[in-house]
Design a protein around this ligand. Structure first.
Ligand code: ZN
Length: 256
């Protein structure tokens, strides 16, 4: 694998970014790994050592064994609490501020796009900023319980009724936030350029939306270490570290 993109690829991607009228970014775990947030779908991250995420992080597992779920997600929550946006997150915020990006559709729950300054962010898998009581449905900001929970590992409880708090992240087997997904689909379908960044496009439905847009004439740039099922439809593919290549592309595209 080349460690540097070819000059032709770089020039082509910059040209596409400058030419596009409606660019939408679709991001996955790979944009946050340079910030130290592990991709929990990947074996070897430590999150697979004791439990299969598909089992422990399912809605029914959470209902029956919330303490096991909270024990499993604790290292990830710690990493997310400590993580800072990296140059790739910041580059997307710059692109939006320059009026060159409709917004970011993300599969990540780590809030790093918003913290980087992006305003138009659709979190199709929810987030960890708040949790909801499974008994009284009250919403509770994570700041109220997250530090104590990551320190002690105790299951966070509702301050009002003592019910168990469920993070507002989407678990396996749980319905995605309908309005967010519908909006994400609209953005992608009306885009003329899609940037896939740090996603192997394995998680539906966000991963399937680009196909419809591509069939309607949109262009595609992929920045991802691993192959995706849409590689053959991409104009340009970058396998390099997204925290290095994306800022370079954005700076060049915005430099007139
Ligand atoms: Zn409650």
């Amino acid at each position: 694998m080349d460690s540097n993109p070819t000059a032709a690829d770089f020039t082509r991607a910059v040209h596409l970014l400058r030419e596009a009228q409606r660019t939408v970014a679709l991001t996955g775990a790979g944009i946050s790994t340079p910030s130290g947030v592990p991709d929990f779908r990947s074996p070897g991250t430590g999150l697979w050592e004791r439990y299969d995420p598909m089992e422990v992080a399912s809605l029914s597992a959470f209902r029956h064994h919330p303490q096991q779920f909270y024990e499993w997600i604790r290292p990830l929550a710690k990493h997310i609490l400590q993580a800072e946006p990296n140059p790739a997150h910041l580059a997307l915020a710059r692109l939006e501020q320059a009026g060159r990006l409709v917004g970011v559709v993300t599969q990540n729950i780590d809030d790093l796009h918003s913290r980087a300054g992006s305003r138009q962010v659709l979190e199709v898998h929810g987030h960890l900023r708040e949790a909801t009581c499974v008994r009284c449905y009250r919403s509770c900001p994570s700041g109220q319980f997250m530090p104590a929970y990551t320190d002690s590992g105790e299951v966070p409880l509702c301050p009002e009724c003592g019910g168990i708090l469920k993070p507002n992240a989407v678990l396996y087997g749980e319905q995605l936030p309908y309005d967010v997904v519908r909006q994400a689909r609209e953005w992608i379908l009306s885009s003329d350029l899609i940037l896939v960044i740090g996603s192997s496009l394995e998680v539906a439905p966000a991963a399937t939306f680009p196909v419809e847009a591509l069939n309607a004439g949109a262009r595609l740039i992929i920045l991802n270490r691993e192959p995706t099922y849409l590689d053959e439809r991409a104009e340009v593919i970058f396998r390099q570290d997204v925290a290095e290549i994306l800022p370079q592309l954005v700076d060049e595209a915005l430099h007139v």
